[in-house]
Design a protein around this ligand. Sequence first.
Ligand code: PEP
Ligand code: MG
Length: 568
Amino acid sequence: MLKGIAASSGVAIGRVYKLESPVIEVNNDFKGDAEAEKERFTKALEKTVEDINKVKEKAANNLSAEELAIFDAHLMMAQDPEFASQITDMIGQGNTADYAAKSVSDMMISMFESMDDAYFKERAADIKDVSYRLLCNILGLTIPDLTTIDEEVIIVAEDLTPSDTAQLNKKYTLGFCTEVGGRTSHSAIMARSLEIPAVVGTATVMASVKAGETIIMDALEGVVITDPTPEQIKEYEEKKEKFLEEKKALQVLINEKSVSTDGHEVELAGNIGGPKDVEGVVNNGGEGVGLFRTEFLYMNSELDFPTEDEQFEAYKAVLEGMNGKKVVVRTLDIGGDKKLNYFTFPEEMNPFLGYRAIRFCLDRKDVFRTQLRALIRASVYGRLCIMFPMIATIQEFCDAKAIYEEEREKLIAEGVKVADKIEVGMMVEIPAAAVLADEFAKHADFFSIGTNDLIQYSMAADRMSEKVSYLYQPLNPSILRLVKMTIDGAHKEGKWAGMCGEMAGDPNAAPLLLGLGLDEFSMSATSILNARKIIRSLSKKDMEELAAKAISCQTEAEVMELVKATLK
Ligand code: PEP
Ligand code: MG
């Protein structure tokens, strides 16, 4: 049994799909029949062409014509008669198919790499790609490709990047399990919005499981069971059933209010990464979108920053999908672990503390202005709120807001219809902003507390590192005090305070956040109904007392004890 971190609840039982590139080992110890060897090569080459066509077909929906042309270059290369005849000639001279294919490919790669012309230099990469695929086919090795999965599997990987996670097909992905990562790494957050069970931070899963074997992944407890007995499979099938039944039972709360027993109402909203997540928020009774992480629009774009019109369509779709309910869109929060194909971030020792989010946007105002224009144009389709990520100083907020105002004025002058009121707020995820919240509240229309980063920066503990995950303590009194300062700061100026970090959906945090006066809780859509159930069972007045006790505790463990006693 392997222990990891339960990152997205559920139970999965299924065959392992290992996301790992096979290592090519060629062997030229050839004693067989040259004709049979040539046949092995020809079949592998045919399969290579088929594979490239399949990948191209699958990618056709997401890529532009220009990007798809790369696959045509690969096909041309795989179907080049000269390439094939050089390999068959070498096989005829007594070499194995793998050795011949590798030798011819290596020769071509070094020839192209040594050319001066940039175009031909780049072709070397195409040859590498095609010959790797060909060699895998000759040797009977499978190249993992998340987009071509067409049966139910549990994906096992060292790590999944946010863009890997974006490619997961929910229909076939029973769950995923990684060696690295924590509860607030982006792949974990995405797993929750896709409702895919996930266990992360297992450290050794890759070495512990083989492709194709059946495993049990209990993403409620954060464990993976290899080589399960029939009894264990039965036990976990029952556990899975029970989990799904409990989830279904919560459906009765879909249209109910999120109100405490003494009549205090809060707003429960959902976090999304794009228009297709809106359905999940609506189906789970979300009262709005409290965080639209727009960076996924940028990460899914292959060649360049998404255009104003592309963004406009996405924002419009979300606003319309939420049917007049509040939608908080966060402007581009790129950098850290979130990379772009078409933009190279500077090498930094600490990218999480570096050139990212609003810092990047205030530097690349062209990119920022395009996003703001798209947002302001979309504002007439619903109730839009805009917020800026990673604000550290009042100057940053005012600079960002001024750019927003300029774009708004420009659009109005151009005769474009814009909403009368767009609230402009900020994420509170840097301790400096939490400490100065009462001053920030004089400028911002609202706050949304980003506890994923706020905890990371307060504890100086990388949120992606399972090694220091013991420091990720949402209920530590120091964090509760920062949350309280932020909420009190907002209320002093008559503004509202929300929370869109994962803490907002943590059942153990709910009583404290209710007591501290949080107005809006935004979480993974699948956590909304359970949060509603909890809020509806608590008295705001009692929770105020609980919160007061909690912030004067010394340790997270003491706070947890208070909370457990309350929830019981
Ligand atoms: C946060 O930091 O809490 C947050 C919501 O933003 P992200 O997880 O995207 O950094
Ligand atoms: Mg953040």
